[in-house]
Write a protein that binds this ligand. Structure first.
Ligand SMILES: [Zn+2]
Length: 127
């Protein structure tokens, strides 16, 4: 049984060079019958990786996105190489934060104040 499992795992994982930076990556089969390039030898606590980018390895060697939210504190996950590739633009990892930044940019353009707010003359006693 172990040999069969190891054989399956070998079929699900290979090595490919990233077409952008040429660094070797792990090419791994997904549950959706596609392939994903994962950063080799890197496992990160899931809570440090944005949701939707947390890849976990299944017993047959394929990977899937870890969907538990909030993530288990002990869960490790793998990350797609495109997040770490120096030759590819970083995707929008935090869409809600991007939306907030865009709203703040619009709010800044709408302001008519000639000067930014001044700091208080007397700082509160902090302790
Ligand atoms: Zn790359």
């Amino acid at each position: 049984m172990r040999a069969v499992d190891d054989g399956l795992r070998r079929l699900q994982v290979g090595q490919d060079a990233c077409p952008h930076c040429r660094l070797p990556q792990d090419r791994v089969a997904t549950l959706e019958h596609e392939w994903v390039l994962l950063e080799p030898k890197v496992e990160v606590p899931a809570h440090l990786v944005p949701a939707g980018h947390r890849w976990i390895t299944l017993s047959d060697g394929r990977v899937t996105v870890y969907g538990v939210c909030p993530p288990d504190g002990s869960q490790l996950c793998r990350i797609e190489h495109r997040l770490a590739c120096s030759r590819q633009p970083l995707p929008d990892l935090w869409p809600w934060l991007t939306a907030l930044r865009e709203e703040n940019a619009r709010a800044t353009e709408r302001r008519t104040d000639p000067q930014p707010p001044r700091p208080p003359q007397v700082w509160p006693d902090a302790g």
